[in-house]
Design a protein around this ligand. Structure first.
Ligand code: NDP
Length: 453
């Protein structure tokens, strides 16, 4: 670790103890930014990094609600408003039992760079709660969302902070949150994205993150004059991002062979075709069942439950060319990364945020594979959220083709930015440097222009 990185990390760790995911996200970015600081001492003088690692504002609040047995439940709500130098705070809400301040800060920090890369005017934020919608009735989810919004509504707004979905927050939750916001504020505005189509949502928003991650992989492959056609792909997760990743892999002629949830994964060597995907989507989105049900219908597939005694995830230990981690942070450890390389994987496009541990990232970079970090590869979701905001402001919906074309163009632009910046800073093909530096420059310059605020 260089003196510069060490100096920054010592301060960040001292000020933010017990937030390992936040430390990890900052360290990854700072390692890339070292290249910038050598050429641009003005950023050091302006203390841009010290300013960027400190959220502009944090809201933490109590979320009390009544469960179906009339028992009082109390969860904790958060909104981290990280950086608004280039636009209103923008970023998802995560409802999951693991949610804590440090995890949301890592996500909010990442979001600042990601949103900058999209070319759209969006600052960065993130929020959520340690509430887990899994196993809760629809009424319980609704009561929780209403209580959550009863506090959050006073901190957000279409020109201030525009949340969206993330883990555990899909169309159903956004609906309940939006309804409560509208009631309390007496305003119908685009204060959330990921809305239903008949009340202000954008076509392609549900698909955007998964589609975008596959478009990004296709762009990376095109630098080697290759495509996804005929390629075998490992996909983790079975939620929003994973589902539409599989759909776009099919569109582009690839074959996805895995899907997972926190209980285990399915391996379908023949490939998850459109009928099977439709069934998996019904399982997860309508019946809200576990992915293990898949193998009851498709006997050729196998289900492998999570084995806590293993120090690796066998999902990443199958022959393939591409991997699309689409579940959660740090789901690829060092051994998993090595297994991927041993099995012939040379394209990793991260649908999830920070799914690969730092040692794993280093293996990918050293090996020179096509590695698209989350803040670039999964930026399609927030990009279409930005397009949803534009449509809401104009009160004009665009067609599916129009939004999809814009998404493809944005993913192409993000890829090009990462490619060009990495080359300019002497690390050709290193998308992580490209994404971190490319995202940083625009925000840093805007912060300098706007003075010490
Ligand atoms: P969903 O809630 O729709 O799906 C999450 C999936 O990941 C589920 O299959 C879930 O399984 C699994 N999962 C979650 N936590 C864990 C865990 N700790 N261990 C194993 N599996 C887990 O979320 P999304 O698809 O929206 O999000 C997935 C990832 O993509 C996240 O990292 C998110 O931050 C990122 N992302 C999402 C965007 C979006 O637009 N939705 C945009 C950009 C990034 P189970 O049901 O068992 O919990």
């Amino acid at each position: 670790m260089s003196d510069f990185v060490q100096e920054v990390m010592e301060k960040v760790k001292a000020k933010n103890p017990a937030q390992p995911e936040f430390h990890q996200a900052v360290e990854e970015v700072i390692q890339s930014l070292e290249l910038v600081m050598e050429r641009h001492p003005e950023y050091r003088k302006e203390k841009i990094i010290d300013r960027m690692v400190e959220p502009e504002r944090v809201v933490i609040f109590r979320v009390p609600w009544l469960d179906d047995h009339h028992e009082i439940q109390v969860n904790r709500g958060f909104r981290i408003e990280m950086n608004s130098a280039i636009g209103p705070y923008k970023g998802g809400l995560r409802f999951h039992s693991s949610v804590n301040f440090g995890i949301l800060k890592f996500l909010a920090f990442e979001q600042v760079f990601k949103n900058s890369l999209t070319t759209l005017p969006m600052g960065g934020g993130k929020g959520g709660s340690d509430f887990d919608p899994k196993g809760k009735s629809k009424n319980e989810v609704m009561r929780f969302c209403q209580s959550f919004m009863s506090e959050l509504y006073r901190h957000i707004g279409p020109n201030t902070d525009v949340p969206a979905g993330d883990i555990g927050v899909g169309g159903r939750e956004i609906g309940f949150l939006f309804g409560q916001y509208k009631k309390l504020s007496n305003e119908f505005t685009g204060v959330l994205t990921g809305k239903g189509l008949n009340w202000g949502g954008s076509l392609i928003r549900p698909e955007a993150t998964g589609y975008g991650a596959v478009y990004f992989a296709a762009e990376m492959l095109s630098t080697r004059k290759e495509s996804l056609k005929g390629k075998t792909c490992l996909v983790s997760g079975s939620g929003n991002v994973a589902q539409y990743t599989v759909e776009k892999i099919l569109d582009l002629g690839g074959k996805a062979v895995t899907l997972s949830d926190s209980s285990g994964y399915i391996y379908d060597e023949k490939g998850i075709d459109r009928d099977k995907l439709e069934y998996a989507m019904e399982l997860k989105n309508v019946k809200r069942e576990r992915i293990s049900e898949y193998v009851k219908k498709y006997k050729e597939a196998v289900y492998i439950p999570v084995d806590p005694s293993l120090d690796y995830n066998p999902l990443w230990d199958h022959k393939a060319e591409c991997a699309f981690p689409s579940a959660t942070q740090n789901e690829i450890n060092e051994k998993d990364a090595q297994n991927l390389l041993n099995n012939g994987v040379y394209v990793v496009s991260e649908g999830a945020n920070m799914p690969t541990v730092q040692e794993g990232v280093k293996l990918f970079i050293d090996k020179g594979i096509l590695y698209g970090p989350g803040k670039a590869a999964n930026a399609g979701g927030v990009a279409v959220s930005g397009l949803e905001m534009s449509q809401n402001s104009m009160r004009l919906p665009w067609t599916r083709e129009e939004v999809d074309n814009r998404l493809q163009m944005i993913m192409k632009d993000i890829h090009q930015t990462c490619w060009d910046v990495a080359e300019k800073y002497g690390t050709k093909g290193n998308y992580i440097n490209g994404a971190n530096i490319g995202g940083f420059l625009k925000v840093a310059d805007a912060m300098i222009d706007q003075g010490l605020v």
